[in-house]
Write a protein that binds this ligand. Structure first.
Ligand code: NAI
Ligand code: MG
Length: 352
């Protein structure tokens, strides 16, 4: 029987509350489809560890993850630790060190969820944001000078490389070809006159290599408006690191709750483990109360199943998510219900 070695990094806050439900779901579908998981939990890779030892993870952290088949992460972040510390101390080193250059964020409006957007009709909105995940605007290049003086300044450079942009575009075009065959590129080449015209040229090159995909491009400001006004028109949306980050949170909100949205950080070449995590953060405002919505983590586990070569098992999980929302009124408070995380998970497992 196939066994998959999974690293669990619960992290902080509700990160620790949403991973156990995801694990229960994985074990259940594994039994049905004939595979197993062995988990190694890195419980103390967190802000608590940072406050105690000055680092989010041990210096050989990546080496401890290297032999795993995949990583499932909850969320990191605590109000008394600066967010750039928790992000750059754990998430970003893993994404970059393991060349997880594709960040995949599917968005669907499920039946039984009230979208805050009138036009976001269940069954109609089904899109994937493909975000470039290791370069672009989130670069370490830059600095601060004249600290504390009136002329104090900060500079941060965006870095777009032909290799880095092309590989994520290729992934996005291939994904679109296997879906509804439509791709939209997020740009802003009217205002950002070096990096984004370069991005646009590479999109056109990739587009020519994928004649089966109908593609267009939109400036990020207009695109944000269209995400709200007409989200159903989109299939695959490809974007740079910053634009993709913003668009995917916007799309998650359009879909009804950030608590449902999943993400995959993929190393498509499989030289390194890929990492799966809900889009949401550690939610300190509700942490410790057992009311976090587990669907984002559970859907992320489904993306992991897909990556591990079990598309039928992944579909079972997304079907169970759709079913628990459409057929029951059990919901966590973020979706307008009163259920606890565990109760919501129980109901989903019954439907699974
Ligand atoms: P957040 O996603 O943690 O919370 C935003 C709002 O959504 C809060 O009101 C929260 O209660 C609610 N929410 C989020 N997930 C939920 C869920 N599963 N169920 C029910 N309600 C949910 O974002 P915020 O507040 O901006 O950040 C909090 C901390 O999380 C910060 O330290 C931030 O840096 C960190 N963060 C970490 C991420 C990660 O580990 N990938 C991603 C985003 C934020
Ligand atoms: Mg974000």
């Amino acid at each position: 029987m196939t066994n998959h070695r999974i690293a669990l990094i619960p992290g902080d806050g509700i990160g620790t509350e949403v991973l156990p439900p995801a694990q229960r779901v994985l074990d259940t579908v594994g039994r049905r489809h004939g595979f197993t998981f062995s988990y190694t939990s890195f419980d103390d890779w967190s802000c608590e560890r940072y406050l105690r030892e000055g680092a989010m993870m041990p210096p050989d952290g990546l080496d401890r993850l290297r032999d795993k088949d995949a990583i499932l992460l909850g969320a990191v972040g605590r109000p008394d630790v600066p967010d750039h510390v928790s992000l750059w101390g754990l998430l970003i080193p893993i994404r970059r060190g393991f060349r997880q250059y594709v960040n995949l964020r599917p968005v669907r409006v499920f039946e039984g969820i009230d979208s805050p957007v009138r036009g976001a009709v269940a069954g109609k909105v089904d899109l994937v944001v493909v975000r470039e995940n290791v370069e672009g605007e989130y670069s370490e290049i830059g600095g601060r000078l004249h600290r504390g003086f009136p002329e104090e300044a900060a500079v941060q450079e965006s870095v777009f490389t032909r290799a880095g942009v092309t590989r994520v575009l290729d992934h996005a075009f291939a994904l679109a070809a296997g879906r509804r065959g439509r791709l939209t590129s997020a740009t802003k080449s009217n205002g950002i006159v070096h990096t984004l015209p370069f991005w646009d040229e590479l999109v056109a090159e990739c587009g020519a290599a994928h004649p089966e995909v109908a593609w267009d491009q939109e400036h990020i400001d207009a695109l944000a408006a269209k995400f709200v006004l007409d989200p159903a028109r989109f299939d695959v949306v490809v974007a740079s690191n910053l634009f993709g980050d913003i668009l995917s949170d916007l799309a998650a909100a359009v879909a009804g709750s950030i608590g449902i949205a999943p993400a995959a950080n993929l190393n498509p070449e499989r030289e390194f483990p890929s990492m799966f995590e809900p889009v949401h953060g550690s939610a300190p405002d509700i942490a410790g109360r057992g009311i976090a919505n587990p669907l984002g983590a559970i859907w992320s586990a489904a993306l992991m199943l897909d990556h591990l070569g079990h598309p039928e098992a992944a579909a079972d999980v997304t079907d169970a998510i759709a079913a628990v929302l459409a057929k029951t009124d059990v919901r966590t408070p973020d979706l307008g219900g009163t259920a606890a995380t565990a109760e919501f998970t129980d109901r989903l497992l019954e439907l699974l």
